[in-house]
Design a protein around this ligand. Structure first.
Ligand code: ITT
Length: 202
């Protein structure tokens, strides 16, 4: 099945390909005339609202090129620091662009708890209806930038799961994509989307 992913983030695209390709999906970046379409990301309080705004605009764009029966994926995600009331959360892309991981490490210098989480909300248009999924990856900030893998906040975050399994304090930047997938908020959100898709098609 052909699946367009409307994202400007190559890291997200790679992870969606890694998760979906073994299941027979051909995941490609959604472009129109070779360009990633411009969309308006509204300033909302939740990732779900932003993901909904992305899929609504994406479906309209598919319609505008006569491809509304194609499948389209969008996802909104963020990094939530517990001791900062969830900040940067829905502002994660902006904060990363402005101060980077180095700036975030300065911000957390005097915090008592370094607990944080990644969260993702995904929507998949199957040509007919929208399937939704969400995922959380709990973990902790580390005190320095470590590793070159992944993207975004990956080099300053080490995950654990609900059974307290960890990757020995390694950051997402220090592990391969297949290991990140075992903990990833994105993989959980995509799994939920797939479950919903399978429930409607079976
Ligand atoms: P889109 O085109 O899909 O919107 P984006 O990078 O702007 O791509 P978001 O608006 O969803 O994505 O912002 C998410 C921010 O959180 C962004 O700065 C990411 O780098 C970061 N982020 C999300 N998931 C991440 C992950 O798995 N690892 C590291 N950083 C992540």
């Amino acid at each position: 099945m052909q699946l367009w992913f409307m994202t400007g983030n190559k890291g997200k695209l790679l992870e969606a390909k890694h998760a979906f390709s073994p299941l027979g999906f051909n995941v490609e970046q959604f472009v129109i005339n070779g360009t990633i379409p411009e969309i308006i990301e509204p300033q909302c309080d939740t990732l779900e609202e932003v993901a909904d705004a992305k899929i609504t605009q994406g479906i309209e764009l598919l319609k505008s090129i006569g491809k509304e029966s194609d499948a389209l994926l969008v996802e909104d995600s963020g990094f939530f620091i517990d001791a900062l009331g969830g900040f940067p959360g829905v502002y994660s892309a902006y904060v990363l662009e402005k101060i980077g991981c180095e700036g975030v490490l300065k911000l957390i210098n005097s915090l008592e708890s370094l607990n944080a989480s990644f969260r993702a909300s995904a929507c998949l248009w199957d040509g007919n209806i929208i399937h939704r999924g969400s995922g959380i990856c709990p973990g902790k900030l580390v005190d320095s930038i470590r590793g070159v893998n992944g993207f975004g906040y990956d080099p300053i975050f080490t995950p654990f799961d609900y059974l307290n399994n960890s990757i020995n304090g390694l950051t997402f930047g220090e592990v391969e994509i297949g290991i990140k997938e075992n903990f990833s908020h994105r993989k959980k959100a995509l799994d939920e989307v797939l479950l919903s898709l399978n429930n409607t098609t079976n």
